[in-house]
Ligand binder design. Structure first.
Ligand code: ATP
Ligand code: MG
Length: 426
């Protein structure tokens, strides 16, 4: 690869980031390895903001970083050995960097076969820092080439959290009194928007509902054709479409592929194997997550039907008001994932929506739109049962807008409005 072309690419990217990326919302929950020699990999669903995380890092390390996007048409034919040319091109442009620490930012890096080898070498031998990202599932932890085993630091990128969504409105979620007096009405207004449209960054910024809808429709099409049909060479498009439709309308509920099979097998031709395979691809594409039943034994865990949640609530189908409780539940799930919890559901005659697990501690959580005569006993019952079994003295119930503290036997239960819970700092 010609070094002059590489120089042109380096400079034009620098220019582009400096001129065009002026409003970057600071992402939360990005924990970087401290002094560890790791290749940091940002992976996650399309349009979630991975490239912008690299742009942001570029701005933070302006003097010694280089950003390259391997989807750039000028880089067609870039091979593993060209990384060395790239480094030389950079040093020719900026001789002051010779012998200094360089921060490499590589976007869509999966396009270069063997990229792991170069990255590994420069972090180990040259004291460089490497951040990479890509949209394709080829960059997910389980696909990463063995050359990087033990040398990668994987960070899953989700669409904006509610706190980040507030920042797109120029509201500081840590501002004093944000949850009180008049400020609280503004927070609640934007929460309603977030509940309906989710947190894909561009959707968060979009002003009109028309624009938000249009963006989400484009995302869905690209995810369907690019991330699924093309990537996995899907042949039975009707099956994929029907399954995805089913999943996007079944968020926060249990899904049984066996009943799906029974329901559709006479409507169009497909095999059970194919159905299971497509389901697996959808999980791999990070559009949908599974939550398993809490159980001491891994074996039992895998046999129980999983509950499913979407990577963004803007993708959900079903917009009637009676779905609001399920939407809240999906948001709570995503927030727990963002905060690094492992998540299960609990069921032992009674149910508790989530058992969140972190550092060996258990946090039972129920989510319901409201507590009323019909559901209070059930919600409290599931909560106390989960608490007892896990030997916990505290649980929380997240509702749309109710607040109270109560005690059942020796278990204290905090009822919290979601907009308060979700605005809290991690
Ligand atoms: N932190 C941010 N601050 C401001 N805007 C953002 C931020 N992150 C993303 N965006 C907006 O969302 C768009 C999509 O983000 P980005 O290109 O970073 O996503 P991506 O995950 O790299 O997507 P793809 O998988 O398609 O490459 C950006 O063009 C920008 O408009
Ligand atoms: Mg990108």
């Amino acid at each position: 690869m010609n070094k002059e072309i590489l120089k042109e690419v380096i400079l034009s990217n620098e220019d582009y980031i400096n001129k065009n990326v002026d409003r970057v919302v600071e992402r939360e929950g990005i924990i970087l390895p401290d002094l560890l020699k790791k290749v940091v990999i940002f992976y996650g669903v399309r349009r979630s903001g991975k490239t912008f995380i690299l742009f942001n890092l570029f701005e933070k390390h302006k003097n010694n970083s280089v950003y390259v996007d391997f989807e750039d048409d000028r880089l067609q034919g870039f091979k593993l050995k060209d990384f060395e040319n790239l480094k030389e091109a950079l040093l020719e442009l900026k001789p002051e960097l010779i012998g200094k620490k360089i921060v490499f930012l590589f976007d869509e890096v999966q396009n270069v076969n063997g990229w792991e080898k170069f990255c590994r070498r420069v972090i180990e031998r040259e004291n460089a820092t490497v951040f990479v990202s890509g949209s394709s599932s080829k960059i997910m932890p389980y696909e990463i080439n063995t050359a990087l085993r033990g040398r990668s630091w994987n960070m899953e990128v989700f669409p904006f959290s509610f706190r980040e969504h507030l920042r797109t409105k120029n509201i500081d979620p840590d501002k004093k009194n944000i949850l009180y007096s008049t400020e609280k009405f503004i927070v609640k207004k934007y929460f309603l928007e977030y509940l309906n449209w989710g947190g894909f960054p561009e959707v968060s910024f979009a002003k009109s509902e028309f624009e938000k809808q249009k963006l989400l429709k484009e995302y869905l099409d690209a995810m369907f054709f690019k991330d699924l049909v093309e990537r996995y060479e899907i042949t039975n498009v009707q099956l994929l479409e029907t399954l995805l439709d089913k999943l996007f309308s079944s968020f926060s509920t249990r899904i049984s592929l066996t009943s799906f099979y029974k329901q559709y097998k006479d409507k169009f031709p497909f095999s059970k194997d194919l159905l299971f395979r497509y389901y697996k691809h959808i999980l791999e594409s990070m559009l949908v997550f599974e939550v398993k039943k809490f159980s001491e034994s891994i074996y039992k865990r895998t046999r129980n039907p999983a509950k499913i949640y979407l990577v963004d609530i803007g993708l959900a189908k079903g917009l009637t008001s009676k779905d609001t409780g399920r939407r809240l539940e999906n948001l709570v799930f995503l927030e727990l994932k963002r905060k690094g919890y492992e998540v299960f559901y609990f069921e032992d005659k009674k149910e508790c929506d989530f058992i969140a697990v972190k550092d060996g501690k258990f946090f039972p959580i129920q989510v319901t739109y409201e507590l009323n005569k019909k559901n209070t006993d059930r919600e409290m019952g599931g909560m106390t049962k989960a608490c007892k079994l896990l030997d916990q003295k505290k649980g929380i119930i997240i509702t749309y807008d109710e607040e109270e503290s109560t005690k059942i036997n020796d278990i204290s239960i905090d009822i919290i409005p979601i907009w308060k819970w979700i605005v809290k700092k991690r």
